[in-house]
Design a protein around this ligand. Structure first.
Ligand SMILES: O=P(O)(O)OC[C@H]1O[C@H](O[C@H]2O[C@H](CO)[C@@H](O)[C@H](O)[C@H]2O)[C@H](O)[C@@H](O)[C@@H]1O
Length: 906
């Protein structure tokens, strides 16, 4: 995982759990099933306790206190998501180091495994009483250590608990006494009874537990003894191939046999995980897989349990196509990942790279804004940057006894000097060498700072992973640079770089962050950088600035930080100078920009958001087969008291019936009257969001002044009372159009009755009036031809519509328009729309429904309505049969009463 390491007490690996959630949770159909169906309306009996008198609560609100989910909903009124059940998390390692003691009474000693703190924090949260889920964590034991150890080393040493205090700041560089590398016995035998002992130790009667994955080399014939040899080999493929390439480094050249052996180990290791998950899985559980070590598991699980709910989170970057294509097993890796229902990345560019790789390397896998079509399944792609445990951090950094004293000790110790702080893993991707080079340049270029600035750099001793990633050589390069700086700029009374090649206790680390005048993060590539988030959080009083590498996934999330290019040493040296000279006002202003990001960056929010997104997607997957028939009474109930309303209508198939000739699909007089009346009400924002072009919409709907129009699937927007069309595709490269036109013209000639509709951006080929078989066969052929000829060159999407195929830039869709319209209301209390009605009929409209589900709006007030047959799958919450029902609905909204509306059709 790409998150930084730092000392975390074993509490992060807490086995604690709690089963009190059962009393407040909706009853479940299956004992351990996670439930997220939208089976609202007709199933109030699925709730054990409902207070009808309470105001409806937003899903987000409910998630902040999951125990409330069941208390403040209106089960009769709207389809809702139930968020509870069991989660199985799979991460490469468990949060412990395991030491096998050979002692009969106590064969195992558990130590704390440093690193990946954000992920372990998220597991701790899921296992705590604050979460409404039951949680099971599956992970490898890591290399199992033995009691027999290096001379003089105790088990406790090996458990890596004891750290040197930072008060040794004046010690020579580097400081001794860091963690001691584990000693691995080349061959370790462990009996089944002892393995069971560990499993019991990790289990927990209250429903939350850890399950170890054993990776022995051999097991004796009677199954009793497992022998563990060459344990580090399980890391080789992940670290040497994937980690390197995903961080834009070509793996070292090895002979083919080594490479294949590593791949085979990776596959076996993933299979062992998949088996372990299946041993514990019950239908309905949600399986959350973490990181690059486990990329094959989703497809392995999917092959065995077709309807398993699986999410995958990649904590490290995903590289661009040109790098990824170098991976020999590139297709296996992509297909492995695509077994998931949802894949989440730290940053938007990583998600884009992944989609583009699927598009280019897997024929027939089409990517869209929301995900990848994989063998008939839609794999949702999300951007969910992981956070830190802000609550615990703030508490530890500001309320722990003695912490203020530690802060002043550090400040006093370096009185009159500015403190720059950095804390990184030792592997080369963290850019510590670049940081030191820049610091050298800074002292060289700005001599006035010599003797007045100190860089305190903590670079943990290489862990096993770091060693695999070239950490040992890098540690030497770092030591050389430190020597060079201190040699050139140091004096008897001043050492410019204090380098600690070790972990330090967390209180001292937090005190150091608080005392610092500048944070300096120069990673040349990383998924997420915890140090930067921790630095900002601990600077809530001093507002010291942060220089953050633009190559860190965190940079896209921390806009208030000063982004730097760690390769541009001159500019970086200047940035250090400028940052140290910032006035208090500038620092405060910068910090104000960072504060909101930090507030939404907690690991708890990350977990909740991830689950919420997955549940939204699964909700469609599970219950999307049918949608309940619309109950107008419910619409009017929420419509009447509302004052900030948003209406969004698709056009063809929604407001007008589908007809053979596109130019004959015209709005009826009744429809126009209703729209006019609704748009005239100042409380209403009314929009038509269509695939049609500007001319068509202006001609037939443009006379209604108060109506907003969006043309060509979100490419253009015209606000009410305005004549100006905003072009949202301005920056798009339209170089694909001539090629697509050429291909579409060719097909039009061959398919009698088919027509080509040329719009400003989108190109639509219609075959409604053609022979149906010939039409659909050629639609597929045209889709393939277009994909083949432009894939990799242009980012466009080929969409299957109603007897048509449409081509438009991938970055544009109707969901973005809906998001924008919701945002136009403004954020914050009392600003967001309090009633949303969104109606559509085809696949392009699903983007609107999805956007609404993913918005933070309370679902009670959001009416996504799909027009179509009762078997239609949709992300909408409700359904009506035909456009005439939509017009009826508008009539009722205009009249504001429900009496004449027919009772819901089944
Ligand atoms: O987003 P929409 O408003 O639903 O527009 C989608 C496309 O609708 C039109 O084509 C469809 O409707 C025609 C008229 O009923 C029908 O003949 C055709 O078969 C349908 O595909 C329109 O021509 C396209 O430009 C829109 O993109």
């Amino acid at each position: 995982m790409a998150t930084d390491d730092h000392d975390k007490p074993p509490e992060s690996a807490s086995l604690e759990g709690d089963d009190r959630d059962t009393e407040l949770r909706p009853t479940q159909s299956k004992s351990s099933a996670a439930s997220f169906r939208s089976d609202s309306i007709s199933s109030p009996s699925s709730f054990v306790s409902v207070d009808e008198s309470t105001e409806p609560q937003s899903l987000v609100g409910a998630l902040e206190d999951p125990s409330k989910i069941n208390l403040k909903v209106h089960p009769k009124d709207y389809p809702r998501l139930e968020l509870s059940g069991r989660i199985i998390s799979a991460s490469y390692c468990l949060p412990h180091n395991f030491v096998y003691t050979h002692n009969e009474n106590e064969p195992w000693t558990l130590g704390h495994r440093p690193g990946t703190s954000a992920m372990f924090d998220s597991f701790q949260f899921l296992s705590s009483h604050k979460s409404s889920w039951k949680h099971l964590h599956i992970g490898w034991t890591g290399e199992i250590l033995q009691k027999r150890s290096r001379k003089g080393m105790t088990i406790e040493d090996m458990a890596i608990e004891d750290r040197p205090p930072l008060s040794r700041l004046s010690a020579p560089v580097p400081l001794n006494g860091g963690p001691i590398n584990p000693q691995l016995d080349p061959s370790l035998r462990i009996s089944r009874a002892d393995r069971n002992r560990l499993e019991q130790k990790l289990g927990n009667s209250r429903g939350n537990r850890m399950v170890p994955v054993w990776l022995p080399s051999t097991i004796s014939d009677d199954g009793n003894f497992a022998t563990f040899r060459d344990q580090t080999k399980w890391r080789h493929y992940s670290e040497h191939e994937l980690f390197q390439l995903f961080h834009y480094k070509f793996p070292q050249v090895t002979d083919g046999r080594t490479k294949l052996g590593r791949w085979e180990d990776y596959r076996r290791m993933n299979k062992a995980f998949a088996d372990r998950i299946l041993e514990t899985y019950s239908p309905g559980d949600i399986v959350m897989i973490h990181d690059y070590h486990l990329l094959l598991i989703p497809a392995m699980l999917r092959a065995r349990v077709g309807d398993m709910k699986i999410s995958l989170f990649l904590h490290i970057p995903f590289p661009n196509f040109e790098y990824f294509r170098c991976l020999a097993q590139r297709r296996d890796i992509l297909l492995g990942m695509l077994g998931s229902d949802m894949i989440a990345f730290q940053a938007i560019s990583y998600a884009d790279h992944f989609k583009s790789c699927c598009q280019q390397l897997l024929p027939g896998h089409q990517s869209s804004v929301s995900g990848v079509e994989a063998q008939g399944r839609h794999v949702n792609i999300e951007i969910l940057p992981v956070g830190i445990n802000t609550e615990t951090l703030v508490k530890a950094a500001f309320s722990e006894p003695n912490i203020d004293l530690k802060v002043s000790n550090i400040s006093n110790g370096f009185q009159g000097k500015k403190i720059i702080v950095g804390r990184d893993r030792v592997d080369p991707t963290r850019g510590v060498v670049q940081k030191l080079q820049a610091f050298y340049m800074f002292l060289d270029r700005y001599p006035e700072w010599r003797g007045k600035v100190i860089l305190i750099q903590i670079t943990a001793e290489p862990s096993i992973e770091d060693k695999e990633r070239g950490g040992e050589e890098n540690a030497k390069a770092i030591a050389r640079m430190v020597k060079a700086i201190n040699g050139r700029f140091g004096t008897v009374g001043h050492i410019p770089v204090r380098h600690f090649s070790t972990y330090i206790p967390k209180e001292e680390y937090y005190a150091l962050l608080r005392a610092a005048d500048l944070g300096l993060i120069t990673s040349v590539r990383d998924g997420m950088n915890t140090t930067s988030l921790e630095f900002v959080t601990t600077q809530k009083k001093n507002h010291s600035p942060l220089l953050l590498s633009e190559f860190s996934g965190t940079s896209s999330n921390l806009n208030g930080a000063i982004h730097i290019n760690p390769w541009d040493l001159l500019r970086l040296a200047k940035a250090i100078n400028d940052a140290l000279l910032m006035s208090d006002r500038e620092r405060q202003a910068m910090y104000n920009v960072l504060t909101p990001t930090m507030q939404s960056n907690s690991v708890q929010k990350w977990v909740e958001k991830s689950l919420r997104r997955l549940c939204v997607h699964m909700d469609v997957h599970e219950a999307g087969e049918t949608r309940p028939a619309l109950d107008i009474g419910v619409v009017l109930k929420y419509f009447s008291p509302s004052t900030r309303r948003l209406f969004v209508f698709d056009y063809d198939g929604t407001l007008t019936p589908i007809v053979e000739d596109p130019s004959a699909a015209l709005p009826s007089g009744t429809l126009l009257n209703h729209l006019k009346t609704i748009a005239a009400d100042k409380r209403n924002a009314v929009w038509i969001v269509s695939g049609r072009d500007q001319d068509f919409l202006t001609k037939w709907l443009g006379s209604i002044e108060g109506l907003g129009l969006s043309a060509e699937h979100g490419s253009f927007m015209k606000y009410p009372h305005s004549n100006e069309w905003i072009n949202l595709t301005e920056r798009e490269d339209m170089g694909w159009q001539p090629k697509v036109l050429e291909l579409a013209r060719g097909i039009t000639q061959n398919v009698p009755g088919s027509v080509l509709e040329r719009k400003r951006v989108a190109i639509t080929w219609h075959y409604r009036r053609a022979d149906p078989k010939l039409g659909s066969y050629n639609a597929k052929a045209l889709t393939n031809k277009i994909q083949r000829s432009i894939s990799g060159k242009y980012d466009v999407e080929v969409m299957t519509g109603k007897a048509n195929i449409e081509v438009r830039p991938r970055s544009i869709n109707k969901g973005q328009v809906v998001r924008r319209l919701v945002n136009d209301f403004g954020a914050g209390a009392g600003k967001a729309p309090d009633f949303v009605l969104c109606v559509g009929d085809d696949t392009t409209d699903e983007d609107m429904f999805r956007a609404l589900r993913l918005s933070e709006l309370p679902m009670t007030n959001v009416f996504g309505i799909v027009v179509g047959h009762s078997t239609k799958r949709s992300m909408a919450s409700w359904r009506v049969d035909a456009p005439e029902d939509v017009i009826d609905l508008l009539g009722h909204v205009v009249e504001g009463r429900e009496t004449a509306f027919p009772s819901p059709k089944s």
